[in-house]
Design a protein around this ligand. Structure first.
Ligand SMILES: [Zn+2]
Length: 144
């Protein structure tokens, strides 16, 4: 039996079923036809967070940040770079804790930046403080 992974489209939210061996072939969304892996973190909101974390069959790393946070801004390019290196086996996403306060409260985000790794909707690891791209990649790989 072929091995499939459910992948949530970062553009329209549709859940796609992609053969695992095809993940590296830049698969497109069956609904909106945009590419599913953009090599860029997906901005999540209160509305999209639960589905994106829960329905993706690959682990999702979330960067909890805020616009007023200097270290967060410094880390943003490194996080985007890590997305390019980690996809499609891991997906990267961002939550603006200033606008998406419900999520920040739900996960008791005490300091930012904080990155958290989710698998099947469950948080399995968390790290606070700004990291460089290679540190993000090795941290994620150590926990996957
Ligand atoms: Zn789509």
């Amino acid at each position: 039996m072929p091995d499939y992974k459910h992948i949530v489209c970062p553009h329209c939210g549709a859940v796609n079923r992609i053969p695992t061996t095809r993940l590296v072939d830049k698969p497109q969304c069956g609904k909106c036809h945009k590419t599913l892996f953009t090599a860029h973190p997906t901005e999540l909101t209160n509305h999209t967070f639960g589905k994106f974390i829960g329905r993706n069959d690959v682990p999702v790393v979330v960067d909890f940040w805020a616009p007023w946070c200097g270290p967060c801004k410094m880390m943003a390019p490194a996080f985007a770079q890590a997305a390019g290196q980690l996809e499609p086996t891991v997906r990267l996403a961002k939550v603006n804790t200033e606008t998406e306060r419900d999520i920040a409260a739900q996960f008791r985000i005490q300091s930012i930046p904080t990155i958290a790794l989710f698998r099947n909707g469950q948080e399995i690891a968390r790290q606070s403080g700004a990291l460089g791209a290679s540190d993000i990649v090795s941290w994620v790989q150590a926990h996957c």
